[in-house]
Write a protein that binds this ligand. Sequence first.
Ligand SMILES: C[S@@+](CC[C@H](N)C(=O)[O-])C[C@H]1O[C@@H](n2cnc3c(N)ncnc32)[C@H](O)[C@@H]1O
Length: 322
Amino acid sequence: MRKRMPISYGAKHHPPIHLLREHAREPYLPTTFGACVDQIICADAEVALRGLPQQSVQCIVTSPPYFRQRDYQTNQQIGKEDSPDSYVQKLVSVFRECHRVLSRTGLLWLNLGDKYDEGQLLGMPWRVAFAIQKAGWLLRSDVIWHKTNAMPASVKNRPTTDHEYVFMFSKSPDYFYDADAVREPHVTFTERSRMRGGRGHFGKRGGTPEKGKNGGNPNLHTARWDQAFHPLGRNKRTVWQIPLSKYPDAHFAVFPEKLVETCILASTRTNDLVLDPFIGSGTTAAMAQKLGRHYVGIDCNEHYCALAIARVQEVQPALGLV
Ligand SMILES: C[S@@+](CC[C@H](N)C(=O)[O-])C[C@H]1O[C@@H](n2cnc3c(N)ncnc32)[C@H](O)[C@@H]1O
């Protein structure tokens, strides 16, 4: 992938500015970009996004409210629509604004879970994914988030659901993706491998175990070197096994930090700006700060905005964050 050009934020240092709606005029529309950085904006996502400049963020990691799942107790909340179609259209509008504010080389990571209605699975994540794709996004990957500690369910006539989707979207085929930052352990060959030629060749380009029992296997030659012997591990796979997380005072399932960390590391560099237009308890902002990235978080519920602000204030920003 082509490396992306650094984004300039117009100011070198951005002290955290946290605006709650009672401190701002309604609707909240930031006037300068510097004022949006490292900030939690309490407003409707689409309205707040309109106040951000185009191509200003490098990555978006978000989990919108699921269709008819929860009451977030605000008039602007998404998820209470009458039909799946109107829910999908609402999200398309939000992600149209996300498309505008994302850098040309940026990525959107969109987490969504499905829902049963009258005994049928709605296929909601895919309905949203296809609608967003139709609106101009490139669907580059679907990731299965396997929730290793999912609650047992009482269903006996179908398998118990223990996964959700994370879709990876780009604006163009030419985006920033740091494969090395998110490699995972090899499973076929490890440093401890006893296979002849395996241990001695581990981590050396071209050092395939040609004299081992798989000698002559073209899968082990240079083209597949990454897969079998890269010293940092094999390329990230599309099934991520990550337990569900809880955060005190959040009445919904929050993002696991590991999931957000993977998305941020794969699609940003130090000091890049990460956006979550449905910030909830602030996981994306907290992880961005922990990893030396800047953040912008948006939520229409003041209680959750306050929670997110408190959460980022607990995080020690990574060294090197300017
Ligand atoms: C699934 S939760 C996000 C959880 C978050 N990923 C975390 O780790 O805590 C969805 C959030 O979207 C917010 N929300 C719902 N409708 C919204 C809207 N129209 N604009 C902005 N935020 C909204 C809710 O208040 C809720 O906090």
